[in-house]
Design a binder for this molecule. Structure first.
Ligand code: SAM
Length: 243
């Protein structure tokens, strides 16, 4: 089911509370930690002879993802619509340039990027915003450039399916892998890698029960990070390339 509100307004006043909110939810902390580990490894694999020259973090928020990726790049720009999120980002990640803009309604000349990331955005946004964001991102990607996003609200994760079977609504999520793939392909993006996170957590109770450095969690993340588990995973990193 699609959200009724425009996601653009969701974080306008949340800069001061966003990081502490993420830190207060064990599974959010778990996802953030595994996303960072995978991102650093993936960027190294995609650019083996040195990091990407120009990097853009779309909907960068307080700079969580830019802080992990920017050290691997020659230049880094974070874009977000929320000035409160950006003022935290500017303090936390001074090496990154941050700019307030909504690229779905404004068209500043930012040049081309070898790598774009966008995390915790596509799973939350409504379809119109997802489409506008992809249009704006692809327009700024270098030929054969990469887009890395995550999808952390999968209605077909085992935990969501189990939740619905036991009477829950699993948070009104709609972005399953098939829908995401079709959306990316409509914008000329081909999926190159899938890295599931938490695919072994088959019940929502399990989602908040483990720290990311728990030895059982580490062993299970290695065992269950196969691409074919992406369709049932509660969080997923998707690497797509401009064709
Ligand atoms: C959940 S936060 C994610 C922040 C960061 N990417 C992360 O993973 O921690 C979603 C962000 O999307 C931003 N956003 C929503 N609509 C946007 C738009 N049209 N252009 C740029 N940013 C937008 C919000 O302001 C918010 O900072």
């Amino acid at each position: 089911m699609q959200p009724t509100k425009d996601y653009r307004a969701s974080h306008l006043e949340r800069g001061a509370s966003y990081d502490s909110y993420l830190a207060s939810v064990p599974f959010d902390t778990y996802m953030a930690d595994w996303e960072r580990r995978h991102l650093v490894a993936i960027v190294g694999q995609l650019f083996p002879s040195g990091g990407p020259v120009r990097y853009l973090d779309f909907a960068c928020g307080t700079g969580r993802v830019a802080a992990a990726v920017a050290p691997l790049c020659q230049s880094a720009l974070g874009i977000d619509i929320s000035s409160s999120m950006l003022s935290v980002a500017r303090q936390k990640v001074p090496r990154v340039t941050f700019r307030q803009a909504d690229l779905t309604t404004e068209d500043p000349d930012l040049g081309e990027f070898d790598l774009v990331t966008s995390f915790r955005f596509f799973g939350n946004a409504q379809d119109e915003l997802r489409e506008g964001a992809l249009r704006a991102i692809v327009k700024r990607m270098a030929p054969a450039g990469y887009l890395i996003i995550n999808s952390h609200r999968n209605p077909r994760s085992l935990a969501s399916l189990f939740d619905r079977l036991t009477g829950g609504n699993a948070g009104n999520m709609d972005l399953h892998l098939g829908k995401l793939r079709a959306m990316l392909e409509r914008h000329g993006l081909r999926i190159r890698k899938l890295r599931p996170i938490g695919a072994w957590m088959y019940r929502s109770k399990l989602l908040n029960a483990y720290r990311s450095d728990d030895p059982r969690a580490i062993a299970n993340e290695q065992r269950f990070s196969r691409p074919w588990l992406a369709a049932i995973s509660p969080d997923l990193i998707v690497v797509a390339q401009r064709s």
